[in-house]
Design a protein around this ligand. Sequence first.
Ligand SMILES: CC(C)(COP(=O)(O)OP(=O)(O)OC[C@H]1O[C@@H](n2cnc3c(N)ncnc32)[C@H](O)[C@@H]1OP(=O)(O)O)[C@@H](O)C(=O)NCCC(=O)NCCS
Length: 180
Amino acid sequence: MNPPDWQLRVALESDIPALSELIPRSARALLAAHYSTAQIEAALGPVFGVDRTLVHDGTTWIAASGSMVVACGSWSRRSSNFGGDAARIEADAMLNPANDPARIRAFFVEPAWVRRGLGQALLQVCEAELQAAGFHRATLVATLAGEPLYASAGYQVVERYSIALDSGLQLPAVRMMKSF
Ligand SMILES: CC(C)(COP(=O)(O)OP(=O)(O)OC[C@H]1O[C@@H](n2cnc3c(N)ncnc32)[C@H](O)[C@@H]1OP(=O)(O)O)[C@@H](O)C(=O)NCCC(=O)NCCS
């Protein structure tokens, strides 16, 4: 078997411009089967966006192929469930690992790189780190496109609901949870 042509590493501040391009590109291509263009465009930023706090925390991981960022995924010890930091007004409060589930956040794969195990590999490294940080559970809010990845990794559906977007639009989403 050939060695993979990508590697995982922690995202750096210098990766933020590449992440800011990857997320909308991935969302527009891969979510089009599940949501309207209006829903996707309204969600870019408030729901799908770079959270620089997580990059600073060192809990955003990327898959890189050479100098190219081809996928990203984060875990978080903070309470926000989704979204870029640009529209956040208050500080993102720290969770208590003893009682709270860690967050799994912002998994986006370059459209040409899907179904090659990048999402799964990113999820595994995030899960290893959140457990090492003392968390016993992880929760996430999945898009309809993301649900099969998380289901395949053992996450259970807690709730199906819709995220309110600007202009009265709604984004159907799935709250999921996994215990370790
Ligand atoms: C969801 C996403 C991150 C999955 O990334 P990926 O690298 O393609 O996923 P993987 O190759 O690691 O898939 C692992 C397993 O998850 C499941 N899975 C992933 N994508 C799937 C799909 N589109 N349909 C069905 N099952 C899927 C499969 O069980 C797969 O294993 P298999 O390929 O051996 O069958 C990617 O499709 C994406 O970026 N989507 C757009 C953004 C998004 O919705 N992100 C989720 C935010 S919550």
